[in-house]
Structures are given as structure tokens and as C-alpha cells.
Design a protein around this ligand. Structure first.
Ligand code: 9WO
Length: 248
């Protein structure tokens, strides 16, 4: 897959593209990431990309010309791609959206700065608008980094076979189960005995039960959206009967 970023802060993505799972995927050429800086498409001495808002008010607005030139160059550089604008006005980005995007050949992520970008640029060049949550950032870059990370880890071969199998498994659409590692006792709390038992069937059943229970307690909206099989209904009832979960 190919992911293009339109940004006045390409350096912002250095760590994203070099470290961790995404860094490994870039080095293995499972994803190509390319930045396009609107400042490189300015003609004035100060490389101006923003101007004062019509109608007045505080702050600045990103001008159309440098952005449209950067987008045109990005578009012309490979396969056809949709331009996605990172904005609080966009559709909420979730795991399902990440899975859909991971199937595309290419996407261009447009990062705004200042008070926003000229609406006419959005009308003429933007195909999709995406929000990662209901808060205002100082620019679209952190949102693009979030989307890039969520998409890249879903690409074939990026995570090990075992872990990608888990992604497609019955845990899909649920919150994660708790995890433990050594030591066996920490702060007077023991690791749940089932995880030390070596009974893989029992362990999988416990993990699914925990995932269902936590999703029910913390994100009932996700459980509503996903639905439960009769076996899962039974596991959840067991979870709720096991102990009190008031503090969760
Ligand atoms: C700035 C501002 C200042 C005063 C009153 C309201 C204001 N809104 C904004 C604003 O939305 N600025 C944006 C900053 C302009 C476009 C890029 N920025 C951005 C993107 N902030 N937050 C996002 C974003 C993107 C995706 N998901 C969540 C947030």
C-alpha cells in the first residue's frame, strides 16, 4: 500500500515512519509513505501557505494554491487515490474504517493547520473527511499518524500470522482481555490460575469471557453494535455471576 501525506510538518512523521510496527513495515516495503509539503509549492520569499480569513477574526486560513499544487503532484505520482482530510467535522474513524482503508492501493491524507483550510479547496479536492475523535488539535498531523498506524498494522504480513489471525477471530469488535507476564505475584495480586494451567481451550474461553465482560461494563455500545452468539451470552452471564465488577 501507498500512503501520501500533505503536510507543512513532514518532520512530524519521522518517528512514526521509522519506529515500531510501522517502521518495520516501511523497511519491508509493505507500505510506502511519502510526504508532500505545500511550502515547496509556494513562489514567494517567505514560502507563505496561509492568509487572513475573509470576514475577519483571529488566526489564519490555509490558502488554496500551495495545497492544490501539492495535491496535484501527489495525485500524479502513482495510482489514483482518494484525498482524505483530517478534521473534527469528518466521519468518525474506527476499526471498520481502518479495515476498509487497508484494502485500498493508495490514500492521500491531507493535514490542515491554523484555523483550517479554504472551504473551496475541500469542495474541489477532498473526497472524504475523517475525525479520530471529538477534540481540536493544533493540526491534522496527529490524526493522520493515528490513522496511518491503525491501517498499516492491518496490512498482510505486517503483524505475525498468529496475531493477524487473532484480529479476524471471535474477539473482533470487543475490547481486549487482560494480559499478564512475570512475576506470578505482584503487589499481592496473583496471575489468574487458568493462565498457568496450560489448558489452551480453557484459556481461550477465559479470555473471551473477560473480553465480553469488559465490553459489557465499559463499552455497551460496542456490544450492542456487534451482537452476541448464544454461547457468548452464556459466557457473559458467567462473567457477571463470577464476582462483583462495581469498581470496573
Ligand atoms: C481552530 C479553532 C480556533 C478557534 C475556534 C475554533 C477552532 N477550530 C479550529 C480547528 O478546527 N483547527 C483545525 C486544526 C484546522 C484543521 C486542522 N486542525 C485539526 C484537525 N484539529 N483537529 C483536527 C482533527 C482531525 C481529525 N480528528 C480529530 C481532530
Amino acid at each position: 500500500m501507498r500512503i501520501d501525506l500533505i503536510t507543512v510538518f513532514p518532520e512530524w512523521f519521522d518517528s512514526v515512519v521509522n519506529l515500531g510496527v510501522v517502521g518495520r513495515a516501511v523497511r519491508a516495503q509493505q507500505v510506502q509513505v511519502k510526504c508532500w509539503n505545500p511550502r515547496d509549492y509556494t513562489l514567494d520569499r517567505h514560502r507563505t501557505v496561509d492568509d487572513r480569513p475573509y470576514g475577519g477574526g483571529p488566526g489564519m486560513v490555509m490558502m488554496t494554491a500551495p495545497l492544490s499544487a501539492a495535491i496535484a503532484d501527489a495525485r500524479a505520482d502513482g495510482a489514483p487515490a482518494k484525498v482524505a482530510y483530517m478534521s473534527p467535522q469528518g466521519r468518525r474513524f474506527d476499526q471498520q474504517a481502518a479495515q476498509h482503508m487497508a484494502k485500498q492501493d493508495r490514500i492521500i491524507l491531507l493535514c490542515g493547520r491554523y484555523e483550517g483550510i479554504d472551504e473551496r479547496l475541500i469542495d474541489s479536492e477532498v473526497d472524504e473527511e475523517w475525525s479520530i475523535g471529538d477534540y481540536v488539535l493544533s493540526g491534522g498531523e496527529p490524526a493522520a499518524a493515528v490513522m496511518l498506524d491503525a491501517i498499516v498494522r492491518l496490512l498482510p504480513g505486517v503483524l505475525g500470522d498468529e496475531r493477524s489471525a487473532v484480529q479476524d477471530s471471535f474477539m473482533d469488535g470487543l475490547l481486549d482481555c487482560p494480559h499478564y507476564t512475570r512475576p506470578e505475584v505482584y503487589a499481592q495480586q496473583s496471575v489468574p490460575a487458568v493462565l498457568l494451567s496450560g489448558h489452551h481451550g480453557e484459556i481461550e474461553r477465559w479470555r473471551l469471557k473477560q473480553a465480553l465482560g469488559r465490553t459489557y461494563l465499559r463499552r455497551p455500545d460496542l456490544l450492542e453494535q456487534r451482537g452476541m452468539s448464544p454461547a457468548e451470552e452464556k459466557l457473559l452471564a458467567e462473567f457477571l455471576a463470577d464476582t462483583d465488577h462495581h469498581q470496573e
